[in-house]
Design a protein around this ligand. Structure first.
Ligand SMILES: Cc1cc2nc3c(=O)[nH]c(=O)nc-3n(C[C@H](O)[C@H](O)[C@H](O)COP(=O)(O)OP(=O)(O)OC[C@H]3O[C@@H](n4cnc5c(N)ncnc54)[C@H](O)[C@@H]3O)c2cc1C
Length: 502
């Protein structure tokens, strides 16, 4: 955006998009392509704390599969959003390539290798198997191979991979390069990009009529789309505190880009399955000898661009152990920290809000970069009054989607903690068995539910957060009690969950 700074800020537009991450820019591009009038994108060019600028941008729906991905109707619908998004990328890259500003291809890796090593407990094995089942169910290509044959892959012997599969059609894009290319294409098409923040949404008689920028400048708009990532919820609240939104939490992620100083480079994405509260350990080639190592995930109380020393250690140590021991000598050229927009039920929030003229698109958590072109298509349709291309279940004012019972949630939480326990090399007394460690986590989890006093089965990441944050626990309890009536903990029997909203 800084390439041609805007001197004259517009006073009017047909559509104002608040947020210049992947969702905002892809939407602007789609609207311009359809000739939907004047489009203004507002967002600071530094994008600090945003998710897109920190993303590994793996286009990986199958590489992301977990045992939960296809277990319920709702989860399957969400999963298929990723599958459909994947089909959009060849055309997206074809149109963006000529606007690339980095001198490197936007498709930074054409394929992925998923490795199963022994460090991450049963959860890894289960998710690996779930991935193979999903690939077969959807008729996607994959091939089992010898982990030694993966270019660049050179883990330490004690964390060597036991199995590996090649996913020939799932790669990754250069997130930062794609954002730059989108900005250039938007400039070329005549969309206005304002390098500032929106202070508040402006409304009159229950209709959103525009936005006010940080410097007080007003832009009138026919429609305002809020696509400001984790900042979206607070922005929407500037128009009314009463809008009944699913709560969102910042999922702080840390990653780094390093320059390789020796050994064979990675030529594909190499990753573990999704594991222990996070998206698995991965390396994504960036071209020019650069490699992206990611990523941590920690739900936090407030949005921040500052990462924890523990997360730096985690990523550096496990990248060296599990991906390439020569990484110890690589030069870190960029630290990346971003906040994933995480909703209470884990599903995106895409749809119109009650004050007319206001649309929300956020809550994409781990794969918003990948899904952005498809979501842009959907939102453009909705803005044109046409049928959308994704399921309406993601409406932001829905009741929280139920995919697990409390008992299921407790078991899942135990599995994730065990995975974390073994991956981090936590020490127990020598006579302590895995079953005893599991029992310890189970007891803690039951206590957490008793304290929360809710009957809604939370995802392991949200539960982990609620346990460690008074503020988080209070927010979750207040929201769920007002939405699910009463609040006595019930439904403690193991169930398969349901995909229905309640
Ligand atoms: C470390 C990490 C790794 C990830 N890896 C992947 C991956 O491999 N694949 C994948 O698909 N996804 C990945 N994700 C998730 C993905 O980045 C997000 O789902 C997606 O980028 C969200 O895009 P967004 O546009 O909604 O939000 P953001 O990227 O957060 O963009 C919101 C923008 O709004 C701007 N903004 C905020 N407040 C205001 C305001 N008041 N006025 C104007 N503008 C404002 C911000 O500056 C920001 O640029 C990763 C995320 C992280 C953090």
């Amino acid at each position: 955006m800084t390439e041609h700074a805007i001197t004259e800020k517009p006073r009017q537009a047909d559509v104002v998009i608040v947020g210049n991450g992947a969702l905002g820019l892809f939407l602007a591009d789609e609207l311009m392509e359809r000739g939907m009038g004047s489009v203004v994108v507002v967002g600071p060019s530094h994008r600090e704390t945003g998710a897109s600028q920190a993303a590994g941008a793996m286009l990986g729906c199958f590489g992301e599969t977990t045992t939960e991905s296809l277990r319920t109707d709702a989860a399957r619908t969400r999963f298929e959003l990723g599958v459909n998004a994947h089909e959009r990328w060849p055309a997206v890259l074809a149109k963006l390539e000529e606007f690339s500003r980095t001198g490197r291809p936007l498709l930074s890796a054409p394929d992925t290798h998923v490795v199963l090593n022994s460090i991450g407990a049963e959860l890894d094995t289960d998710n690996f198997k779930a991935m193979l089942d999903a690939l077969d169910q959807y008729g996607k290509p994959w091939e089992e191979m010898d982990p030694h044959d993966i270019p660049g892959f050179n883990p330490r012997l004690d964390t060597r991979a036991l199995r590996a599969v090649h996913l020939p059609t799932e790669g990754a894009v250069d997130a930062r390069g794609v954002l730059l290319a989108l900005e250039a294409r938007l400039r070329d098409a005549g969309a206005v990009q304002v390098d500032q923040s929106v202070r508040r949404l402006v409304s009159s008689d229950d209709v959103v009529t525009g936005v006010e920028l940080d410097d007080g400048h007003l832009i009138e708009a026919g429609t305002v789309v809020v696509a400001a990532g984790i900042h979206s919820e607070s922005l929407v609240r500037t128009v009314s505190e009463d809008i009944d939104l699913i709560p969102t939490f910042p999922g702080l992620g840390f990653a780094m880009i390093a320059r390789r100083t020796g050994g064979d480079p990675f030529r594909s994405v190499v990753r573990t399955p999704n594991r222990g509260f996070a998206c698995g350990l991965h390396v994504v080639p960036q071209g020019d000898g650069l490699e992206y190592y990611g990523a941590t995930n920690r739900l936090v109380d407030s949005i921040t661009g500052v990462t924890w020393m523990a997360d730096v250690r985690f990523l550096a140590q496990y990248s060296m152990q599990q991906l390439d021991e020569r990484a110890a000598g690589h030069e870190v050229v960029q630290w990346l920290a971003g906040n994933r927009p995480v909703t209470l039920d884990g599903f995106p929030m895409i749809g119109w809000l009650p004050p007319s003229g206001l649309y929300l698109m956020t809550g994409t958590y781990r794969d918003g970069f990948h899904c952005a072109p498809l979501l842009a298509e959907h939102v453009a349709n909705e803005l044109q009054g046409k049928p959308g291309t994704i399921d309406p279940m993601f409406a932001p004012t829905r009741e929280p989607i139920v995919t697990r019972t409390v008992e299921w949630s407790i078991n899942e939480y135990v599995e994730h903690n065990l995975a974390g326990w073994f991956e981090t090399g936590a020490e127990a007394a020598p006579q302590m068995t895995t079953a005893q460690i599991a029992e310890y986590y189970r007891t803690r989890c039951v206590q957490a539910y008793d304290q929360l006093g809710i009957d809604y089965g939370l995802g392991p990441d949200i539960l982990w957060y609620a346990q460690g944050s008074l503020l988080g626990a209070r927010r979750i309890r207040r929201y769920l009690r007002s939405h699910r009536g009463g609040g006595e903990t019930q439904a403690r029997s193991v169930g398969t969950g349901s995909g229905d909203t309640q």
